[in-house]
Design a binder for this molecule. Sequence first.
Ligand code: FPP
Ligand code: MG
Length: 295
Amino acid sequence: MQRVEEELTRLIKEIDYDEVTKLFSMLSGGKRLRAKLILKIAGEHKDAPLLAAIVELIHGASLLHDDVIDDAMTRRGVASVNATEGSKMSIMLGDVLYSKAFTELVAFDKEIARVISSSVTALSKGEMMDVKMAESFNTDEEKYLNMLYLKTATLIEAAAKASAILVDKDVQKHALYGKNLGLSFQIIDDILDITSDEKTLGKPAMNDFVEGKCTLPYIYLDKVLNREESQRLKSSHAKNISASEMEWIKTKMQENKTIEKSFELAQQLSNEAQVAVSDDKELVGILETMIKRSY
Ligand code: FPP
Ligand code: MG
């Protein structure tokens, strides 16, 4: 990972603008899940740290834009760039980062460049769907999972696929692994938004629903509520609801085991991913750590 950080520092330096260097150094790097995945799959290849840095730049850029779109004041436990420097800076820094990533990507094999760049179109589509879907109470599970796939899983899938191409490993199996890892990761994130507290999350709890996002536990809950209760749930959607209303929703989720049901889907996706790469202990280990986050 040290090599990835060095590549990131080198690429940022090449942009040759103090403002960018300063703002980038203020960002919290986060878990670097995508970079770690690339190193686990293709670590022996000399270009793996560069590929990992490229993917982290794209991911970082998408979050800079996402925080403007979501009006988020914090990111990874620290103030977001839009909070401290304004939305214009956040958007432009994102533009600088992802265009630099694409400039570096052209040096790679055409198929690798295609896999990564097309996933960015998919994630942008997914983000648009997320915003559109938050305008009303979505009860369509398939539509929700498709949006999650595009918004979160495609870049992870592309990272796994591209690194498999780099070292001639089984592309299909690694792609399936990346896709399912991404999906179950996001489902668990959605669960933690409900079950964790503000201190652990670095943002208010149950914020997804306040932002209009009907994640799986809400979709499953709506399916089992009676008409009156369903009305009550829908009337809380996309609003700053009271603590007692939050408690009512949580109690209904407990009674109807909708968190458990969501977790079961995450577990099932993770199991499929595990089967795809069962001979690779390290990749299996990533899945296990991810699933354990929810305890
Ligand atoms: C976080 O979702 C957002 C994403 C995973 C993708 C955002 C994608 C774009 C803004 C498209 C633009 C792409 C580039 C490269 C500039 P979230 O809001 O559900 O999660 P959060 O709680 O981490 O904010
Ligand atoms: Mg967001």
